[in-house]
Design a protein around this ligand. Structure first.
Ligand code: GLC
Length: 791
């Protein structure tokens, strides 16, 4: 009804919000190790330190908080015993990094860092609840606050003056700025104020709302039920906040290398013959490809864990033949299990009592692709194990990647999802779907990832998911659902992916070219340029709309699209190095400029360009018929990647960019490694070329990371870390290369060094002077190159 005129019916008055009750004065408190328990007139609060710079605050109106957490949390509290001081009107609770001031009459909690920098200040409304069980927490909003994160949201980068609902929702259309509940719910944000950052993670799985809009000097976060349960992350840089947030909710494992290559999808490649033809076209045209996705038509009547025998007579042979060509097969797996008494999976689910049910024992059935279907109750560990092990069906065929869709869960009905009255078993701790809706997809991800991991005997699984909650990065890459082939949706994908990265989900990307609606050659070319630098890179399009394979719009576009897919492969050594760093630090691969330049206000809402790591700016063209754009370059010197022209930063530049050109800028004083252009990511690089971009008077360094790209051997140290140090002195350059770790032996035959904007110099490599005959000077591009055999 919302999209008809009924939405503005005069009789359609909004329900008055029921009155909130304040938690009231502090009656009593006591400290127990990391915890401080406070009893108020109308509620109970527990404060627990997880680290000196992370504190959790939990409020329950009726009882001492249980301190249970959602599946998002992986962190155990460290040994942090805060110092509590009882003053007349307030308590102070202090760790080495955080200071809480707790007013007693009534209870109000404010957090400062140890330098008394205010982080989170409760205003006169504090924490409250109403008789329907809704909980809310109000904070002061500072005029200089900028907000980021919130997972997958439409709109610009800075979320100040936005109000967001967290409720995993299947939104086929529209994705526009006012569609704020999408497929993922990550109830977390970062505040940037005067160049310093802190974060809040509100770990409440009910439908929640973050309101950074309604009042000029106040923001709030609220939920339909449960506890107020939030963590304050002290920062103080944006990177610190990411490290803290991912310490709580987990780091992303290093993906298999092939998952970082180019993926081709379509709803649907419907037959084995079509899939083979597709793969052959890529090979014939010399366009790199790492994965083909199989959408719902591969199945027998949309029954998961089946193949349609007529259309796919020999899936095992298909998967293996493709793999020999370097192409992986990624089938879609939805949670809905067709109600069909003759279908084995359905029988197992019924006989094993594995499906979601109402309290009175009736199974919940909902309409999805296969028709009437039941849904596994992933909140039970036994169900997750069962579902995970079922993936042997796929791994036996040689499949290593799975695509989870419709796992909000989506249901074709008015509410778009499961009845909120369904009672999840939750390993005996019964909870309604109203409470666990937002984590259903995360539980499915856990089941699938762990199942695949146990079946793949040491190989890294790849999982792509549409729905998720905080912590989803531990299991899956995320694509941003059913976007459209609109230029507006191309633009929107930049801040959306940046904010996903800021929410811990570093491995994300949109459907390149747009899912629904008809793409065009120009849009696909521009979108592929952008996609070449998004962490996840998949072209996907929907049934009945224009085909979107790289060659679909003729030679002119094909050659540009091919060039940028190839560019992705050239950049893989750098991207892989960044992914490895993310797996250790949580700092995203694709990041907004403010992450590197938090003092620079020009970056705070810069939504149309982004960085890869800390040294590369990507500024895609986001409009049709446009051969230029404005690019903001922060303070410093920048090189145009294509022409080597140098630009002075701290200003906006008008950059020419014909259809063949994606504007890329490299910070002076950095090193970027390139690998070979190859047919797929697992083909070993024979040569690594280090592009060195000097900056006057600066020494440069880079550590290249590599490993076998497909097993978990890296966790036992089977990797290589190659340190490149570059020291510029008057008329000489010293380059030193050292293996920091070398338990993995890469296939590289040679290392190439290309020093930009340098033509006459003495070059020393690991202490020895290079003969002039070993150097190549290029006067046209102003570069000096030399090569070293690698053993
Ligand atoms: C959903 C997915 C889309 C997929 C389609 C059919 O709309 O978001 O990617 O192609 O279902 O499975």
């Amino acid at each position: 009804m919302e999209d008809t005129s009924f939405a503005i019916h005069p009789g359609n008055k909004k329900e008055m919000p029921s009155q909130y009750q304040d938690i009231g004065n502090i009656n009593n408190f006591k400290q127990e190790e990391n915890d401080v328990h406070i009893i108020c007139e109308r509620g109970y609060v527990t404060i627990r330190f997880y680290r000196h710079d992370i504190v959790r605050i939990v409020m329950n109106p009726f009882a001492t908080p249980s301190m249970q957490s959602s599946l998002a949390l992986v962190k155990q509290p460290e040994d942090v015993i805060p110092v509590v001081q009882d003053m007349q009107n307030a308590l102070t609770v202090v760790s080495d990094e955080l200071k809480l001031t707790i007013d007693k009459y009534p209870l109000r909690i404010s957090a400062y860092d140890v330098n008394d920098r205010p982080l989170v200040i409760e205003n006169d409304k504090g924490m409250a609840f109403n008789e329907k069980g809704k909980v809310i927490c109000f904070k002061e909003m500072n005029p200089d606050d900028h907000f980021y994160g919130f997972g997958e949201k439409a709109g610009f980068l800075d979320k100040r003056d936005e109000k967001y609902t967290m409720w995993n929702t299947d939104v086929y259309a529209p994705h526009n700025p006012e569609t704020n509940a999408l497929y993922q719910s990550i109830p977390y944000f970062m505040t940037l104020r005067d160049g310093q950052a802190h974060g809040i993670f509100f770990d409440n799985t009910f439908k929640s709302v973050f309101d950074m809009k309604s009042k000029a000097d106040e923001y709030s976060f609220s939920a339909e039920g449960g506890d107020i349960d939030y963590y304050i992350l002290a920062g103080r840089t944006p990177k610190d906040v990411l490290e803290q947030y991912t310490d709580l909710t987990g780091k992303m494992p290093i993906p298999p290398k092939w998952a970082l290559g180019y993926h081709q999808s379509r709803y649907s490649y419907k037959t084995e013959a079509e899939v083979r033809e597709l793969a052959d076209s890529f090979i014939e045209k010399g366009i790199p490809l790492d994965a083909i996705h199989l959408d719902i038509h591969y199945m027998d009547g949309y029954r998961v864990f089946t193949f349609d025998n007529d259309r796919f007579p020999d899936p095992k042979k298909l998967v293996q033949d493709l793999k020999e060509k370097g192409i992986r097969t990624v089938p879609i797996v939805d949670p809905g299990v067709k109600e069909d008494p003759e279908y084995g999976l359905y029988q197992e689910g019924i006989l094993g009592d594995l499906f979601c049910k109402y309290l009175d024992g009736r199974i919940f059935f909902g309409d999805v692709w296969p028709g009437n279907s039941a849904f596994p109750d992933f909140t039970n560990q036994a169900v997750r194990r069962w579902w995970g092990q079922k993936h042997q069906f796929y791994t036996d065929l040689g499949i290593e990647g799975i695509w989870n869709d419709m796992n909000e869960p989506a249901v074709f009905n008015e509410t778009k999802t499961m009845d909120v009255k369904v009672m999840h078993n939750n390993d005996g701790d019964l909870k309604t779907h109203r409470e666990l809706h937002n984590v259903y997809g995360l539980y499915m991800g856990e089941a699938t990832y762990h199942g695949m991991k146990s079946l793949l005997s040491g190989h890294r699984p790849f999982l792509l998911t549409r729905a998720g909650y905080a912590g989803v990065q531990r299991y899956a890459a995320v694509w941003t659902g059913d976007n459209r082939s609109f230029w507006e949706h191309l633009s929107m994908a930049l801040p959306m992916c940046m904010n996903l990265g800021l929410s811990g989900v570093a491995f994300a990307g949109p459907d390149v070219g747009g899912f629904a609606h008809d793409s065009s050659g120009e849009l696909l070319a521009r979108w592929t340029q952008f996609g070449a630098f998004t962490p996840y890179f998949r072209n996907h399009s929907a049934l009945d709309f224009a085909r979107q394979e790289p060659w679909s719009f003729g030679d002119k576009y094909e050659s540009i699209i091919k060039k940028y897919i190839e560019l992705r492969y050239k950049w893989l050594p750098h991207l892989y190095t960044l992914f490895q760093k993310t797996s250790e630090t949580g700092i995203p691969v694709m990041r907004p400029l403010f992450m590197e330049y938090p003092q620079d206000e020009n970056t705070y809402n810069l939504s149309d360009q982004f960085m890869i790591g800390s040294t590369v700016i990507i500024a895609p063209v986001l409009k049709p018929d446009t051969n230029h754009r404005v690019v903001y370059l922060p303070k410093g010197q920048w090189y145009d990647y294509w022409t080597d022209r140098q630009y002075e930063g701290g200003q906006h530049w008008l950059i020419e960019a014909n259809l063949d050109t994606l504007p890329i800028f490299i910070k002076a004083g950095s090193i970027v490694p390139h690998g070979d252009i190859k047919s797929s990511a697992n083909v070993a690089d024979q040569q690594i070329k280090f592009h060195i971009y000097p900056s006057t008077g600066e020494d440069l360094s880079y550590t290249l990371y590599d490993d076998d790209g497909e097993t978990f051997g890296y966790q036992d140290g089977l990797s290589i870390g190659l340190d490149i140090d570059c020291c510029f002195e008057e008329n000489s350059v010293k380059i030193d290369v050292n293996k920091r770790i070398d338990r993995f032996q890469p296939a590289w035959k040679e290392l190439l060094f290309e020093i930009h904007q340098l033509t006459i110099a003495n070059i020393f490599y690991n202490g020895s002077h290079m003969n002039e005959s070993e150097l190549t000077f290029d006067n046209k591009t102003n570069t000096t190159t030399f090569r070293i055999a690698h053993r």
